[in-house]
Design a protein around this ligand. Sequence first.
Ligand code: X8Z
Ligand code: ZN
Length: 603
Amino acid sequence: MKIAVSLAALAAALLPSPAFAQQVAPTAAQAEAFLGEAERAMFDHSLIAGRAEWINATYITDDTDAVSAYFGSIRTKMNVDYALDAAKFMAAPGLSEETKRRLTLLRTALTLPAPTTQGAAEELNALSTRLQSAYGKGRGTLRGQPINGSDIEAEMGTDRNPEELKEMWVSWHDNVGAPMRGDYAKLVSIANAGAKELGFADTGAMWRSKYDMTPQQFAALTDKIWNEVKPLYEELHCYTRTKLNEKYGDSVQPKTGPIRADLLGNMWAQEWGNIYDIVAPQGAGDLGYDIGDLLQAKGYDPIRMVKAGEGFYSSLGFAPLPQSFWDRSQIVKPRDREVICHASAWNLDNKNDIRIKMCTKVNGDDFVTIHHELGHNYYQRAYQNHGYLYLDGANDGFHEAIGDFVALSITPDYLVKIGLLDPAKVPGPEKDIGLLLRQAMDKVAFLPFGLLIDKWRWGVFDGSIPESRYEQAWTDLRRQYQGIVPPVARDETKFDAGAKYHIPGNTPYARYFLARVLQFQFYEAACRQAGWTGPLHRCSFYGNKAVGAKLDAMLEMGASKPWPDALQAFTGSREMSGRALTAYFAPLQKWLEQQNKGKSCGW
Ligand code: X8Z
Ligand code: ZN
C-alpha cells in the first residue's frame, strides 16, 4: 500500500499532469529517478517478504502459507506496476546503456507476473504458495509405509529392488504430482495474462528474455549446446542400459529401447551417479572410495560437511561465513514440522544475512549440494554493493554454476588434503576411466533432463501443450530427450511434472542446463590459470588465491553487465558452449564408443 502511494507521488512530481505525460515522452533524468525509487522500494519490500517466505519454507502451516502469499501478492503488484512503467520509460530519448539495462531487468524481474485485474495477484500467489507447500508436505510409500521427500530421494539412490523402486516412483508421482494438476493449469493462465500485459508473448517468452538476446535466440542457443553434447549422452545411455540389463535381466530392463526411469538411482533419473556400482568398469571400476562412505567413516555430521564446504571457499581467499549463517540456516530437517526440504540458498537482507536451507544427509549427493548452495551464498555476498536490480548473477545459469564448478575440484588429491581419504588409497591413472564415468553419471546424464523441463514449460506457456496433454507431452519429452520411460503406464489423470520440485516451485530450469556446461568452462579456465598440466579431471584449484581473486572479480559484477562480459572476465570467452564439457570427458567418450561397439544404441 505504502509503495503505491509513493510511486503515485513520484509520478506527480516528475510529470506535471497525466495529460502532459501522454503527450511528452519522459526524459532520461526522469527514467533514472524512477529506477532509483523503484530499486529502493523493492529492496525495502524484499526485507519483509523474504522473511515471510523463509518462515513459510521452514515451517509450513496454513498460517505461514497465508502470510507468505500475502507478501508475495504485494510484491507481484508492485513489480507489475514498475514493469509497466519501465516499458514507458524505455521510450525516453538519450537513455544510457546502463539505464536501458536496468529498465529491461525491471521489466523481466518477476518469474510469475499477474495481470492488473482486481484479485489476480492474490489468486496467483495463493496458488503458487499452495503448490510449493503441497510439494514440501509430499509423501510416497516404501513397503507400504509413508515416507517423506528427503528420505525417499535417498532410498532411490541405494535401493536395488526393482519392485520397491517402482513402488517409490509410482507413489511419489501419484501422491505429489497428480493432485496439483488443476491448480497448475490455473496458475499458467493467470501468469500468461500477466506476461501479455507486460508485452511478452507468454510467460515462457518472458523467461527467455533474460539472457541479453531475444527469446528465439535463447531457445536456439540451448538447442545448439544440446547438439554439442548429445553424442556423449547417447553413448552413456547405451552403456548404462547394457549394464542395467545385465543386472536386472530382460524382464526388468530390456537390451534395447528406453531405460526404465526408476532404475537410475534418482527419483527423476536426472543424475545417475548413485548407481555407479552397477556400471563400474570391470577391474578399473573400484575407485577405492565413495565420498558418502568416507564421510560416514570419518564420523562427519551435516554441520561438519558444511564446514568442509566453507573451507574450500576460504582456501580461495573468501571471508568466512558470518556467525548468523550458522545460527539461522536450516542444515538438518526439523523433526517436528513440515518444511521444504529441496535445497536452497538465501540472502535475507541483501547484505550478509546469507543462509542455506537443506535437509542434509551424510552422503555424496548432499556433499556436492552443500558446495552448490554455498556458491549461491558467496555470489550473493560478493555483489551486495550494487543497486537492487543488479543483485543477481550475470545470468541465472552463472548463479547455478559457481558451486558446481567449485565441487569439480573435489578430486582424490583434494580429499587427501582435507583428511577424508587415506593417501595410500588415491586411485592411480588406471582408474581414470572409472573416475570420469562416475562424474559423467551425474554431469552428462543430467543434460537432457536440464533441457526438457523448460521445453515442457515453454510449451505449456505458449499453448502448444494444452492441459489435456500435460502428461503425454511430459512423458514424450522424457522419452525423446532422456530415452527413459515410466515403470508403469501413465494417463491424463496424472501430472508427473508436478512431482519435480521446480514445477510447483516455479523455478525456471534452463538455468541448470546452462550451469552444467558453464561449470566446465569455469573449471577449464581456473585450471589453466592455476597452471595445471595433468588430465583435466584431476585438477583441483583448492587453495589457489589467484583463481579466487579472479573468481571474486566476476562474482562482484553481479548482473551489472551483459553475461558475455562476465564470462570473458573469468574465461576469456564470450560464448556459452558444451566444448569444455566434451573436452573433459573426451577420453571417456572414446572408451564408451569401444564398449558400445556392435550394440544398437539409441531408443
Ligand atoms: O535445484 C537445485 C539446487 C537448488 S538451487 C539444489 N538443483 C537442480 C535440481 O535439484 O533439480 C541443483 C542441480 C539441479
Ligand atoms: Zn542452485
